[in-house]
Write a protein that binds this ligand. Structure first.
Ligand SMILES: Nc1nc2c(c(=O)[nH]1)N[C@H]1C(S)=C(S)[C@@H](COP(=O)(O)O)O[C@H]1N2
Ligand SMILES: [Mo]
Length: 175
């Protein structure tokens, strides 16, 4: 138990160190960005072992904004995104060790994202594109952004499904 815990800690540290070295990894935005219009509205419900949590945009961004410039699977969507690390959101709900989470969207779409993804890569829950809020028409206010340029593997089509947009719920349903 202790040894496996040590390993988990070391592996996490190694993974974090590797993220930091990639020029394509999200980087922290010190001090955050100006407040968004509508930042007080609830945009996300997370259900985990710690119960059900709701999040406003402002509360989410207070977890620590990160920024990444990335290619996507959709040329029009390429660009710079700001948001929080999915792992940080999951930790607040006690879900960081879950085998997977289900990320669900306003349009009824959902996908399972396995733990390996948020352990290996700084997967983001984006709240902004180039500093501005993302409208629902533009797949916001929350969307999953993989740091796709960090790894060749992330170009594989299996990850395309996991770029859920219009995200409004995270849970472990279907386990
Ligand atoms: N909210 C939401 N996210 C979504 C989807 C969706 O229908 N709704 N489609 C998924 C699927 S099945 C794929 S393949 C891509 C959609 O890519 P496309 O718009 O190029 O078909 O995004 C994923 N994210
Ligand atoms: Mo798809």
């Amino acid at each position: 138990m202790r040894i496996s815990h040590l390993c988990a800690t070391a592996c996490l540290w190694l993974a974090t160190a590797a993220f930091a070295q990639s020029p394509h990894a999200p980087t922290p935005v010190p001090g955050g960005l100006g407040k968004l219009a509508g930042a007080e509205r609830t945009v996300l419900t997370v259900q985990g072992p710690k119960g059900t949590q709701t999040w406003t945009l402002q509360q989410l961004e207070a977890l620590g904004l990160h920024r990444v410039s990335t290619q996507t699977f959709w040329p029009d969507d390429n660009g710079t995104y700001e948001g929080v690390l999915l792992a940080d959101v999951l930790r607040q709900a006690g879900l960081e060790q879950a085998p997977f989470v289900r990320v669900a969207a306003m349009d009824g779409f959902s996908q399972r994202i396995p733990r390996a993804d948020w352990n290996k890569w700084p997967v983001m829950l984006a709240t902004r594109k180039a500093g501005a809020a993302i409208s629902t028409r533009n797949k916001g206010p929350l969307r999953i952004i993989y740091p796709r340029d960090m790894a060749e593997e992330l170009r594989n089509g299996i990850y395309r499904l996991r770029w859920v947009w219009l995200v409004n719920r995270i849970d472990t349903q279907g386990q």
